[in-house]
Design a protein around this ligand. Structure first.
Ligand SMILES: Nc1ncnc2c1ncn2[C@@H]1O[C@H](COP(=O)(O)OP(=O)(O)OP(=O)(O)O)[C@@H](O)[C@H]1O
Length: 259
């Protein structure tokens, strides 16, 4: 499989602290790659660098060969690198369906002003966005909740709505930030199945996660960070038996690695 996203010698310094240190790896098309590491290892910083929410001190990120690391986050998102929207960016007073329709405007040819003024292009977009939103809601098992006001959704469904909003922007690669956090076992298993389904439909997925059993179940490959550096990369089986990884997790507050 071809590489979709390339992270090359990526480094981010905050004053004297090197949060991400010379990290390189590639994400292949249609793979599920997880980034793990003990608390403070640099996972969130790496995610922010990849989605262009932070600029690297040095190194770069390329999507299909094109450098994206100096772009504004919304431009990187238009190019196809989309971070799932956190619960705080969901419009809580709007319906589930309205939230997904609005997210389509990130790729719209009409402006949001056109949408409110009802211009021709905006009207055509509106019909197409409604149909697309319905498809996405069905895919994520949210159809029966389409008319529900977002603030009334339980935790698991709210997380699924965040993914629906991400999908509405038509990503090449979806970045999932701790998709299983705060979920019980059943919700986690449903989310694992949902993410695998997205991959079957052709999406590439990069995720950061603490839930080791879920990471081991879902990932094709895993990249392990410790103190900002990549210490290992491989299949779940390779990572579970890697001495450097076992050592990094010993004595950390995270759950022991393994199933
Ligand atoms: N904006 C910032 N300014 C200064 N230091 C920062 C900033 N963001 C992160 N750091 C530091 O960089 C290091 C890596 O943090 P980061 O949040 O990326 O780790 P993490 O692996 O995501 O941790 P966790 O698993 O606890 O979320 C930490 O030492 C953190 O304190």
């Amino acid at each position: 499989m071809a590489d979709l996203l390339e992270v090359s010698a990526l480094t981010k310094r905050f004053g004297g602290l090197v949060a991400v240190n010379n990290v390189s790896f590639s994400v292949r098309e249609k793979e599920i790659l997880s980034v793990i590491g003990p608390n403070g290892a640099g996972k969130s910083t790496l995610f922010k660098l990849i989605s262009s929410f932070l600029r690297p001190t040095s190194g770069q990120v390329r999507l299909k060969g094109e450098r994206i690391s100096d772009l504004a986050p919304h431009i990187a998102a238009r190019k196809g690198v989309v971070r799932t929207f956190q619960e705080t960016t969901i419009f809580k007073n709007m319906s589930v369906r309205e939230n997904v329709i609005i997210a389509h405007h990130l790729r719209s040819t009409a402006s949001l002003i056109g949408f409110f003024l009802g211009t021709g292009t905006a009207k055509a977009d509106e019909a197409a966005f409604g149909a697309s939103a319905d498809d996405i809601l069905e895919l994520l098992g949210l159809s029966s909740l389409a008319g529900e006001i977002a603030r009334n959704l339980p935790h698991g469904h709210l997380r699924a709505l965040g993914i629906a909003i991400g999908l509405a922007t038509n990503p090449s690669i979806l970045l999932l930030d701790e998709p299983f956090a705060g979920m019980n076992h059943d919700e986690t298993m449903r989310m694992v199945a949902m993410v695998k389904r997205l991959r079957e439909l052709g999406l590439t997925i990069l995720l950061v996660e603490h839930d080791m059993p879920a990471v081991m179940k879902i990932s094709d490959r895993i990249v392990v960070l410790n103190f900002g550096e990549k210490i290992a990369e491989g299949t779940p089986a390779q990572i579970q038996n890697n001495d450097k990884v076992i050592e990094a997790y010993l004595g950390s507050e995270d759950e022991a690695i393994g199933l």
